[in-house]
Design a protein around this ligand. Structure first.
Ligand code: 13P
Ligand code: ZN
Length: 270
């Protein structure tokens, strides 16, 4: 079967990277069944040939109006699709969508009419916010990392920057490679517009990674690998914390002075 990827090298590279990350999410045990979703704004890789492609789905409402997404294109994981399947067959378990001129609806254009993720309101609302800000970020990843989700089951860690401080203090790399830390969003219904709005408020509070209480993590970055890396370093810190607790002690953590030194030397934003 012909694929949109056959003669679009850059688009294929983006989708190949999504497939690679999907495999990592499954291997890490973060992607049970259909858990998690990935979307990438691929508009910069779309040429006139793709722009002329007809819709292969009905017009679907986004559920909200997103003015900065007019004419944008996204690769989206399909709802109910498995990351482990997407890793091997990205165009059978995801699709490319076009946002229509009303900025409130979309159609699927390739390769198959695979309905996008149920978390599309959060993903698209965040892409809309990023474009409005002139951000270079093009990818968003939602996943269910076991240890980070476990942290959100404790009210203390849901307080502003308590989890950030703990995770940064476990190993220097975590502050270096997740330099804005984690924003916390209280429990809200998965796939709801309220969850989308709360996610944007948290990102606007200067975080690239947001924890959804008792559910998962939502991260944004320039591309899918970079978004994955931010979640990966955070979860590594959570694992170090748990390992120390399992050895029977509360880990000391790096001192405030040591963490400040990391910020100074690496010119970090916080
Ligand atoms: P989808 O299969 O619709 O992407 O949903 C998975 C998920 O993690 C919802 O939060
Ligand atoms: Zn989820």
């Amino acid at each position: 079967m012909k694929s949109i990827l056959d003669n679009h090298v850059e688009l294929k590279q983006v989708v190949d990277n999504v497939a690679e990350v999907a495999g990592y999410l499954w291997q890490k045990g973060w992607a049970e069944r259909n858990g998690g979703n990935i979307t990438v704004n691929v508009t910069e890789h779309i040429d006139d040939e793709v722009r002329a492609l007809p819709a292969i789905s009905p017009v679907y409402p986004i559920g909200t109006t997103l003015p900065h997404l007019k004419g944008c294109y996204f690769y989206c994981k399909g709802t109910n699709m498995r990351m482990r399947d997407l890793a091997r067959w990205p165009m059978d378990n995801g699709s490319v969508i076009r946002i229509l001129d009303d900025c409130a609806s979309y159609v699927i254009i390739a390769d198959k009419p695979v309905k996008p993720t149920s978390e599309l309101p959060s993903h698209l609302a965040v892409h809309n916010y990023l474009l409005a800000k002139g951000s270079p970020y093009r990818a968003s990843v939602h996943t269910h990392p076991i240890e980070l989700v476990a942290l959100t089951h404790n009210k203390r860690f849901m307080e502003k920057d308590v989890a950030t401080r703990l995770l940064w203090s476990m190993i220097p790399e975590t502050k270096a490679f997740c330099p804005r830390g984690v924003g916390m969003v209280p429990y809200m219904l998965p796939s709801s517009v309220e969850l989308a709005d709360a996610t944007i408020r948290a990102i606007d509070d200067d975080y690239d990674v947001v924890m959804w209480e008792k559910h998962g993590v939502f991260a944004v970055d320039v591309d899918v690998m970079a978004a994955f890396d931010q979640i990966d370093v955070l979860n590594k810190s959570a694992l170090i914390y748990i390992a120390a607790k399992n050895m029977g002690f509360e880990p000391d953590g790096m001192t405030d002075a040591q963490m400040q030194e990391i910020s100074d030397v690496f010119h970090l934003p916080k």
